[in-house]
Write a protein that binds this ligand. Structure first.
Ligand SMILES: [Zn+2]
Length: 102
């Protein structure tokens, strides 16, 4: 009797897993047109994936709008310094004694 389990359901959940793993790439616009189309088609007829997708999309929108408001200038400067430091370290490792100002 086990053999009569609906294959459709298994395929559906397999497809769902694929779509869910691609949600982030979809939202980041990192998918090829072909894959985006497949995800969109799946979302068209799969309510649970559509829900997950909308949740992710909303979450992302909230994070983006909050991060714009909430990053204080002090922290921005700190981050900029950290990035500069990192770049300096990388340069020190890579540059030879080529000082054009001398
Ligand atoms: Zn699905």
């Amino acid at each position: 009797m086990d053999a009569l389990r609906t294959i459709d359901n298994e395929f559906e959940s397999d497809e769902c897993r694929k779509v869910i793993t691609q949600l982030y790439e979809f939202l980041d616009s990192e998918l090829t047109d072909d894959r985006r189309e497949r995800v969109r088609q799946h979302l068209d007829h799969c309510g649970s994936c559509l829900e997950a997708f909308e949740f992710e999309a909303e979450l992302r929108a909230v994070i983006v709008s909050h991060s714009k408001e909430q990053v204080p200038e002090g922290l921005m400067r700190k981050l900029a310094m950290l990035i500069e430091e990192e770049e300096l370290i990388e340069e020190e490792g890579g540059l030879t004694s080529d000082h054009s100002s001398e």
